[in-house]
Design a protein around this ligand. Structure first.
Ligand SMILES: *Cc1c(COP(=O)(O)O)cnc(C)c1O
Length: 495
């Protein structure tokens, strides 16, 4: 399997190990398979296999520079005892829908699925390619990627992790997780700006040739744990296949029947993995793209014009507070028949003018595959309460965005296809919003929101949640965007 850049020449290819190590292409494009592979399994197999077995099939297909034995080890260790359920991705039927719970890992959000695997893939890839440099993982985060990549890379030999998150733009629990994650190779910084500012500067530093050379001279090389990295995207295909198999196994659908997936969307990585699952033959009717008040994607799917020139909102679903969804580029590349030149033109226009308009063919394909909608912050809270009152099931604000958009979609279209809502985070990760949604009261300042939600729900808590009660350090290091490059040097003791 070869990979190429969405903005590059078709003759410039590299293998999966190098694509994982590099993270982002030097031309600022994203790595995609040169030729999209065919599934090595039958649909019926999905109902017979467990999570790890499906993961091995998917990893072997896309990462064929690793031996089968290496993939076995990576999968077994990524999806082992650090999860609070052997299922990894349990499916719950509630209130007429299916909720695919992806938050049973160490940091309580779906990012763990990929970020428990990526560090193992990357350190193995470095070995296979006999690279002697240390790898610097530069990460821009709206909260969950930061904590999940720190948990995944903690004390992994030959790696240094630097995380940049928007000051005031992450939840108190996310902040605690980032500032308390043990590991001598981990640092997190608050930046004065929003997620898009952090992501733009990370991409710029990534492609700053002279800075890269300077680091190379000191035996360092950059990589990324953002969903721009193909090594993060591919592991996310697994749960789409697995949840379909679960529905067949439990006789909720017949083999071959179509399903919809609703995906609470920010950087478009999660929903892109669903699209890749469809390309691998999974019978998907619609992919429903759910956004919060930063609804640039809702408008895009309606009009074909991507326009980031709008107000940025800090919302109660902060992991989706994004105006420039990086992974959309991979979808467009595919729908535009791999026309890298046109993709580059659109992305340059987005950068220079703040918008682009796709052509008619791409727009038509988009509309056949996707539906889109958004939820306001008060709709999020109402949805958390509605699902709880109707079915005694507690969902987090991001999942509530998905749940609300699904309800609207069913009402507006009359589509009766069974729908799986991707549940991207534990409600305990966002206790302020969940508590006030359920009680219609604000949390009292007298005690932490987590304790108040715990007393309200009185559930048995898994260890990853219990851990949050006793972590104390919330001392942030705040820097401006233009200090990011120097902070990197300083933390590597190269200044
Ligand atoms: C990251 C994240 C999302 C958005 O996923 P993308 O792959 O960026 O679209 C949604 N919900 C939660 C809880 C997240 O952490």
């Amino acid at each position: 399997m070869k990979y190429r850049s969405t903005r590059g020449n078709i003759n410039n290819t590299l293998n999966s190990t190098n694509a994982i190590i590099q993270g982002l292409a030097p031309d600022s494009g994203l790595y995609v398979p040169l030729k999209f592979p065919k599934a090595t399994w039958e649909l019926a197999d999905l109902a017979q296999l467990n999570y790890q077995e499906i993961a091995k099939l998917v990893f072997n297909l896309f990462f064929d520079d690793f031996s089968e034995e290496e993939i076995n080890q990576i999968v077994n260790s990524a999806y082992g005892k650090q999860w609070d359920t052997q299922d990894i991705a349990p499916l719950k039927e509630r209130d007429g829908n299916f909720y695919l719970e992806l938050f049973h890992g160490p940091t309580l959000a779906f990012k763990d699925i990929a970020l428990q695997a990526l560090p193992l893939l990357m350190t193995k890839a470095v070995q296979i390619e006999q690279i002697n440099h240390k790898i610097i993982i530069l990460t821009a985060t709206s909260g969950d990627t930061g904590s999940a990549s720190m948990a995944g890379f903690s004390n992994k030999n030959g790696t240094e992790v630097l995380v940049f998150y928007p000051e005031g733009g992450v939840s108190p629990v996310q902040l605690k997780q980032m500032l308390n994650q043990p590991g001598t190779n981990l640092r997190a910084f608050a930046i004065k700006g929003n997620f898009d500012d952090a992501q733009t500067e990370v991409k710029r530093i990534f492609n700053d040739q002279s800075f890269n050379q300077k680091l190379l001279d000191e035996n360092y090389q950059f990589s990324s744990a953002n969903s721009m990295n193909i090594g993060r995207l591919i592991p996310q295909i697994v749960y789409y296949l697995y949840s379909y198999g679960t529905l067949v196994k439990n006789k909720k659908i017949r083999l071959g029947n179509k399903v919809n997936f609703t995906v609470p969307t920010g950087n478009f990585g999660d929903i892109l993995a669903a699209y890749y699952a469809k390309k691998l033959g999974l019978p998907i009717n619609k992919l429903i793209c759910a956004s919060n008040e930063n609804n640039v994607l809702t408008d895009f799917f309606k009009t074909g014009k991507y326009d980031r020139q709008r107000q940025f909102h800090l919302t109660n679903a902060p992991a989706m507070d994004i105006l420039v969804s990086s992974n959309l580029e991979r979808l467009l590349f595919d729908l535009d028949d791999n026309n890298a030149q046109e993709i580059k033109q659109w992305m340059d226009q987005l950068n220079d003018q703040g918008f682009y308009q796709v052509n008619d063919q791409v727009f038509e394909k988009m509309n056949n595959l996707f539906a889109a909608g958004f939820a306001t912050q008060s709709e999020v809270k109402d949805e958390i309460r509605r699902v709880y009152e109707d079915d005694v099931y507690v969902i987090d604000p991001h999942t509530a965005v998905g749940s609300f958009v699904t309800k609207k979609y069913h009402e507006q279209t009359g589509d009766k296809t069974p729908t799986i809502i991707v549940s991207t985070a534990s409600p305990y990760k966002f206790p302020e919003t969940v508590f006030s949604a359920l009680t219609k009261k604000e949390v009292s300042p007298a005690s932490p929101a987590l304790n108040q939600l715990d007393s309200l729900l009185n559930e048995d808590l898994v260890p990853a949640i219990k851990k949050l009660f006793d972590e104390k350090n919330t001392k942030e290091t705040v820097i401006s965007i233009n200090e990011m490059q120097n902070i990197i040097l300083k933390n590597l003791a190269l200044d």
